[in-house]
Ligand binder design. Structure first.
Ligand code: TRP
Length: 382
């Protein structure tokens, strides 16, 4: 085998996340040309907001950015910005991974007290998947309940579906469409000649909310935008940043997260057709327990061996999940040390995780239940 073949091949686009081995995030940063979040930037962040920054930042789960420093510079000078994130409504039940950008966005909204727009791309899912448009419109509204359940403030949050809000977006969509040609779209998104023409023009629709005047009811002056998202969405915003100055806008800043691992192993993909590869927000407490107990462990096969060698935390899914959902840094460090030395067993770690996830999911389900049509409408109204 030559050297090329041995290299970990990975494909990261908004439509495919694929790696032969573990995802190499440094490689993505190099390929995409984003910037890793440095300790120095985090220290500045903390100083500016005057409180502890989110553990997903300190733990490097949000690990890369574009122009986050400029957002902070401006904020320090008393200038505001707005947040933009979104979801493609492809299924009724969201899994834990889907919540991550929204939970981060919620924290950012609270810390900076800024406006937030959330795009539900019913059009995107209609174009890429099979199904009727009305089905994706329905899913968008169902998914909005899960998003609202994350605790967003309706005064400061505007949620829209593309198929409905397109009239307002269209002037900016047009200006973007005029500046991007088919070759660029082919290069950035891997779209081919035989894809339907809707796919070719869709990226302009995901780009448009990055520009403040797509929301005339919210902003009247050129306001910078910060987009928290998983790093697979970066191609859309590379394109957006490319056209922004040509149209007189500030380039949107981006905050990138890593991918949330599958229960089957950190190198496996979470798949919506494989229900046991992730924890769904609709799972019962019993299902959560079963799934975590069956999840891929980095512990050793026998207790004797485990006590001697300890667990491999890098590949241990329950431990990786704890880095996302155990907020207490000291407790997490204790587990890191005890589990990797073999003092703690895999079953004990799983039990701690089950407890945390059951509480989180139950809490989410209770909040979601209370979201009436009236509440949803408050977020959708202009
Ligand atoms: N394309 C995204 C998805 O499939 C949805 C989306 C639209 C989005 N706008 C966004 C995600 C902005 C992050 C940020 O899930």
């Amino acid at each position: 085998m030559n050297k090329m073949n041995k290299m970990n091949k990975q494909i990261i686009t908004p439509f495919t996340v694929q790696a032969d081995e573990r995802i190499d995030y440094d490689k993505i940063v190099n390929q995409f040309g984003s910037t890793k979040i440095s300790v120095k930037l985090l220290e500045r962040f903390q100083k500016i907001i005057g409180k502890k920054i989110h553990h997903w930042l300190t733990r490097n789960l949000f690990f890369s950015h574009r122009d986050l420093n400029l957002i902070l510079d401006n904020y320090e000078k008393g200038k505001t910005f707005y947040l933009y994130t979104g979801r493609g409504p492809s299924s009724e039940a969201l899994h834990l991974g889907h919540l991550i950008p929204f939970m981060m966005t919620k924290w950012l909204q609270e810390v900076f007290n800024v406006k937030l727009v959330i795009q539900l791309t019913d059009d995107e899912k209609f174009l890429w998947k099979s199904g009727k448009l009305v089905d994706f419109q329905y899913l968008a509204r169902e998914n909005a309940k899960d998003i609202i359940a994350c605790g967003f403030d309706s005064e400061n949050t505007f949620i829209f579906t593309d198929s409905n809000y397109i009239k307002e977006l269209y002037p900016n969509v047009l200006k973007i469409q005029k500046l991007v040609n088919f070759n660029q779209i082919k290069g950035i998104f891997g779209i081919t000649q035989s894809d339907c023409i809707g796919k070719i023009s869709f990226p302009a629709i995901q780009a448009a909310p990055s520009f403040y005047d797509s929301f005339p009811h919210l902003f009247c002056e050129n306001t910078p935008c910060l987009i928290p998202c998983a790093i697979d969405q970066d191609p859309y915003f590379r394109m957006t940043r490319d056209v922004a100055p040509k149209l007189g806008y500030i380039k949107p800043a981006i905050l990138h997260s890593k991918f949330f691992p599958s229960l089957r192993g950190i190198d496996k993909k979470m798949s919506s057709s494989d229900l046991s590869s992730s924890i769904y927000l609709t799972d019962t407490m019993e299902m959560i327990k079963k799934k975590i107990n069956k999840s891929f462990s980095g512990g050793k096969e026998s207790i004797e061996k485990h006590r001697e060698y300890g667990a491999d935390l890098e590949i241990d899914v329950p431990f990786q999940y704890l880095t996302f959902f155990m907020e207490d840094d000291d407790k997490l460090e204790q587990i890191r040390s005890d589990y990797s030395s073999g003092k703690m067993l895999s079953g004990e770690v799983k039990k701690i995780l089950i407890d945390i996830l059951q509480k989180l999911v139950l809490n989410h389900q209770k909040k979601r239940e209370k979201i009436s049509d009236d509440i949803i409408n408050k977020f959708f109204e202009k």
